[in-house]
Design a binder for this molecule. Sequence first.
Ligand code: NAP
Length: 264
Amino acid sequence: MKFAITSKGDQKSNILMHRIRTYLLDFDLKYDEDQPDIVISIGGDGTLLYAFHRYSSRLDKTAFVGIHTGHLGFYADWVPDEIEKLVIAIAKTPYQVVEYPLLEVIIRYQHAGKESRFLALNESTVKSIEGTLVMDVEIRGQQFERFRGDGLCVSTPSGSTAYNKALGGAIIHPSISAIQVAEMASINNKVFRTIGSPLILPSHHTCMLKPVKRFDFQVTIDHLTHLHKDVKSIQFRVPEEKIRFARFRPFPFWKRVHDSFISD
Ligand code: NAP
């Protein structure tokens, strides 16, 4: 089996990275940074987001496992004290793979024919470069509302505990293939009206944003931020691709939610 390791880059994570690499090489596993079967992410959720984007072109062939050396570690469910146990499990046991749904973002531009496609593990947010974001929101091809406000956040179920949660969105179990649209400070008064509640769309529904007056936007895909000019539409849906996590022991989602947000 071929493995790769991504580290947050701090001293603690780097020391662990070298130890795990040595242990796994001793077990005759091969280090392959380009085509790994398993990627071990050492740091926090931010490190796992980085690893996901590094290997997003081979999601069907790569499984991820996270060790957390930082604060939260929602995706990273192993702690440094357990690395010997984890190394033996990786080297000796066939692991179970758990798949979580992702978010597909397709940005089309005013110049016909041009489009960009992204996959997000947590979410994508759309904000105006200047002034209020004004977007027509279409759901399943039908005009739903004209949104005015700071921005919109479209998240995956596993990303529902991240930015989406801070916006008052619901936490969704990642066995549910869906996307969630949450508002950022919408303008609501006698003149302007939005739904005001987060929306959860099933995998066969698409959400499309169409600019009304301004056409340049700041779009985030997880931790990455890009400026997009002359935008015609931004489309969100659940893609075919999924992220695959290597599971060596049960760690139920609701326990992870409890341990991350209530107490551990
Ligand atoms: P960051 O600002 O350094 O960290 C964001 C925090 O979100 C970290 O504590 C991170 O955990 C945690 N996190 C990431 N994914 C999570 C998930 N699925 N469930 C629960 N918590 C999660 O940024 P970053 O490390 O580059 O991560 C980018 C992410 O930050 C974005 O995808 C977005 O979800 C989140 N964000 C949140 C807010 C907000 O809550 N108001 C605002 C902007 C961005 P670790 O400490 O383990 O890395």
